[in-house]
Design a protein around this ligand. Structure first.
Ligand code: GLC
Length: 540
């Protein structure tokens, strides 16, 4: 599960940590990835690190952190730290020394001389940063520009300098020695730039201005082949921490958006023994209110067909950079989406709060904290602001939803927290209960080893079945339509029994778990879903 550090470490550490560890274990989470908790001026939610070996004081101390790791491990939960190799904060000591050309830091960052046209200083090329505006920042003291693919305050490290590789491995070593189980590697597709620093062409995409990132086609600043080499180098490095056969390998989750040709090479080949895999963002990128079932089936098939033989899939439905799934699709569809995500073969990655069906929360201009959004000004900030999907987790109906006792929060909490929160969802049929039941079920052999078959029942009804040897078969049926649908599964799968048992039903399905349905006439309300099984009640 992808979890914000603020929810885990902040507050009264001992109490907060203990409670939250139990909650995550109870709902079946096996590993937690923390959003950045390292020392940072927090201009980019901590993705601007000013010291890779310290915990930011807003989250607590290193002792709090160690205690948290210990609690997680006692509960059998793995902990992954977010790691940002592409850049540091401009407050990092390495940059300060690089500005002064103090060795060995002189060439830690990507410095370039200015171009002068008619005596006027300009950046070395036309590159635009991911967070808008020129990707170059002039430094008066050093009399050169530095490259920043994200914020001005996030200078890019230069990976053509071998010393930078040593530094980041030293940082990884620091955390692995503290017992960390792996890392989520940030922005791996941005690490290298083309060595000739050529200008980038226009993308031709409508609706963007030249200072916008999408106005340009990023052929020189993204997806360079050396990024894959670096991933391999890091994977081999973390593999060296697996000392005995029985040690679990350290995990690396690699953040890279793109088509299979760009993403799949990060899986590496069979000779690599480690547990590194690229995130599968297909559900984030291609699943929305307009998607029909054929589109969803294709999106799933594309990942599975392109994944190298013998590798393990994963499915991401929300994250801290995108609109949440319940807002992007429909809150009523959430149990169905979880059934799909958790019944498909592979790791299900949950962004905190998705298990409750948390929706985006409107963030006003005066409340915005995302520098990306603040940089574009009040008229366009909502196009870029990532605050709405980052609002605090609603633990209960007490003040500030139990997130903090303070006078205000770092972002507004959803005003519906008093009627929809974690505590209430433990007491009634809820998204949380469905999530929890799925997490338990997917530990059984059928879900780990079984065949998966995704099939289109109609334009808006999708089915997914998992079967394994002589174990019971499981079938998910989801109605993506806005109207009630009657489904005949026998038409497509005539060998199925004439009645199926309801293992799980979505919040809106109006069919109780444990009931039987007729395989040839399953009635599904709009956005409702069922997980059916050939098992009899007493077999489960
Ligand atoms: C990644 C993170 C995003 C961050 C950016 C720069 O894309 O997910 O939140 O702003 O990298 O580090």
């Amino acid at each position: 599960m992808d979890f914000t550090g603020r929810d885990l470490i902040r507050g009264e550490p001992e109490k907060v940590i203990t409670e939250k560890v139990d909650y995550l274990k109870d709902i079946g989470v096996c590993a937690v990835w923390l959003s950045p908790v390292l020392k940072s001026p927090q201009l980019d939610f901590g993705y601007d690190v000013s010291d890779f070996k310290q915990i930011d004081p807003i989250y607590g101390t290193m002792q709090d952190f160690d205690r948290m790791i210990d609690k997680f491990h006692k509960a059998g939960t793995k902990v992954l730290l977010n790691f940002v190799p592409n850049h540091t904060s401009n407050m990092h000591d390495w940059l300060k020394k690089s500005v002064k050309r103090i060795n060995p830091y002189t060439d830690y960052f990507i410095w370039k001389d200015a171009k002068y046209v008619d005596g006027v200083r300009s950046p070395p090329n036309n590159w635009v940063a991911r967070f808008t505006g020129p990707a170059w920042e002039w430094n008066d003291q050093r009399q050169q520009y530095y490259l920043h693919q994200f914020l001005v305050e996030q200078p890019d490290l230069d990976y053509r300098n071998p010393k930078v590789h040593d530094e980041i491995k030293d940082v990884m070593d620091f955390w692995l020695k503290r017992g960390l189980d792996g890392f989520r590697i940030d922005a791996i597709c941005f690490i290298y730039e083309r060595a000739d620093f050529a200008d980038e062409p226009e993308s031709g995409e409508a609706g963007f201005v030249p200072t916008d990132y999408s106005y340009w086609k990023h052929v020189c600043t993204r997806d360079q082949p050396e990024n894959v080499d670096l991933a391999k180098e890091l994977e081999e490095f973390v593999n060296s921490y697996k000392k005995t056969e029985s040690d679990t390998p350290k995990i690396l989750l690699l953040e890279c958006y793109g088509p299979p040709s760009v993403v799949m090479p990060f899986y590496g080949n069979d000779t690599r023994i480690g547990a590194a895999f690229p995130f599968n963002f297909n559900m984030l990128d291609y699943m929305n209110r307009e998607s029909d079932v054929q589109a969803i089936k294709d999106m799933i098939a594309i990942w599975l067909a392109n994944m190298p033989e013998g590798k393990w899939a994963n499915w991401v439905i929300s994250n801290h950079d995108r609109v949440r799934i319940a807002t992007r699709m429909d809150n009523m569809l959430l149990d169905g989406i979880h059934m799909l995500q958790m019944v498909l073969p592979g790791t299900a990655i949950t962004y905190y709060g998705d298990e409750l069906g948390m929706e985006d929360t409107y963030v006003r201009w005066d409340q915005a904290t995302d520098t990306f959004a603040l940089n574009v000004g009040p008229d366009r900030f909502t196009l870029f602001d990532r605050g709405p999907s980052r609002s605090p987790f609603p633990w209960d109906d007490s003040k500030n939803a139990g997130f903090s006792d303070g006078p205000d929060l770092w972002l507004p909490i959803n005003p519906n927290y008093w009627m929809n929160n974690m505590k209430l969802q433990t007491k009634r049929k809820s998204h949380l209960k469905t999530y929890q039941a799925l997490a338990t079920l997917r530990k059984s052999a059928t879900f780990i080893y079984g065949d998966a078959d995704v099939f289109v029942i109609s334009k808006w009804v999708l089915a997914l079945s998992r079967s394994y040897k002589d174990h019971p078969t499981y079938i998910v049926v989801i109605n993506f339509n806005s109207y009630t649908e009657t489904v005949d599964l026998l038409k497509d799968r005539p060998t199925l029994p004439h009645n199926l048992n309801v293992q799980l039903s979505s919040l809106n399905a109006s069919i109780n778990e444990g009931n039987l349905v007729k395989t040839n006439s399953i009635v599904l309300r709009p956005k409702a879903a069922l997980l059916l099984t050939t098992a009899r009640n007493d077999e489960n």
